[in-house]
Design a protein around this ligand. Sequence first.
Ligand SMILES: [Zn+2]
Length: 124
Amino acid sequence: MSNNPALYVTTNSIICLGFNMNIRKGDMVVVISGDDRGKQGRVLRIFPRSNRAIVERINLIKRHTKPRSGQQGGIIEKEASINISNLMPLCGKCNTRTRVGKRVLEDGRRVRICRKCGEMLGAA
Ligand SMILES: [Zn+2]
């Protein structure tokens, strides 16, 4: 890793062409395909190796549990992971799904920006 900002820019232009790898834990996202299409939620976990994420209240699966001592049995709804390519980041400012751009600040920090309104989406 280099601290040279110019190198960052070069690296960005190569890596960041990858579709939707710009989603981070804590982001608001919208589902663009599948049963939950159109739903929005916050990213709870990211699994970079499998390219999947768990999003709050998205892709819920029902788990049947047996009653145990102190715990009631029944059906528990739990989020299952969803492929990241089915998600798009949501910009809080323009309130629509957006593509993510990157910008290098003067101090060398990389931030993600909304391609539509230029609002910062958080640290890269
Ligand atoms: Zn925006």
